[in-house]
Design a protein around this ligand. Sequence first.
Ligand code: ADP
Length: 367
Amino acid sequence: MVDKSLRASLDHEQLLSLVNSMADAVVAVDNDQRITMYNGATLNLLDINSDLRGEKLSHVLTLNDQEDKEIDLRKLITSITTSFVSRNIKLVYPNGETCNLYISISPVHLSKGVEVTKAHVLLMRDITKEKSLEQERDEFISVVSHELRTPVTIAEGNISNAMELLSDVKQIPDIITKSLKDAHQQVVFLSNMINDLATLSRAERGSLSVDIERTNIRELVSELFDSYKKAADEKGLHISEHCDTNLKLLSTNRLYLKEILQNILDNAIKYTDNGKITIQAKKKGNSVIFAISDTGHGIAKTDKAKIFTKFYRSEDYQTRSQNGTGLGLYITSKLASLIRATIDVESEIGQGSTFTVTVPDFDSHID
Ligand code: ADP
């Protein structure tokens, strides 16, 4: 039988070689935030050769936030009770150079007899390359969507004009009318996609501003109803609206709120073949709750968690028979977080779905 202390030292050796073989920098600090253990990758990342054991973490690690303000590391670590993860922190070298870091900090509770001490483990990785690739991609999307906008708008306008002119002409072959209608539908789809991409790149670069205005909710709901009535009628769907009578003004960003509700309504109509769509708004405390229900295809339980992720589209044939990019709900969730709104989904396959959007009042005050 292997002796207990030998076993423990073997375990310790194994653990050390495991941590040392990791590509990410791993640093453990004690209660006093002095370094108790680190691996080779830490020396590489920090570009240091000396022994770090016993050093104060704040003496060897300088971190800045995105605005290049120094982070109080001591305060940050002390405040962490569960776990902290960020991709928006910069490591600052003594010569002033910086690199973008992925950093995760987790508390570890070690018991020494009955006394429990609190230590922390930091895991760090240089993500400068990834970050600059992400920035390049966002810039590319932003430029392309901007350049595509003008020709697509002109094409849409010309097709609309042609449809308008031909509507007065008798004996036009059906095939021409149908071709123009199809071309118009596809150009509108393209134009929506370009708008989605532009909003997406701005949202990801964090360059969307949140201008708050007093928004008349009853007016907004009735505007939405009017603009979706035609699309619902064309599919033979009944659409209705209901607003609580005590609902008037909400301080929020009207544009984003409208885009959130439009994206949900677009889907309600797109993924419903028969039945009805309802738009409801009611007041709850300092928030307004919007509920958009449909009697459509429904969303599978396994899909529910994924529909807000980028480019996600359900695999089922009914979804795939409709045009879509899988960006609508991703953008919706980004906009929702800008106005501090939350979105819940209830759905049953074959029965329909209800998207509930809870929007708080920025001034915490509803008239
Ligand atoms: P898109 O509609 O372009 O595919 P979205 O991000 O708007 O992208 O939606 C993601 C997916 O969520 C859709 O592909 C569809 O599978 C599902 N979905 C969203 N809304 C509904 C709805 N009201 N009914 C059924 N499925 C929906």
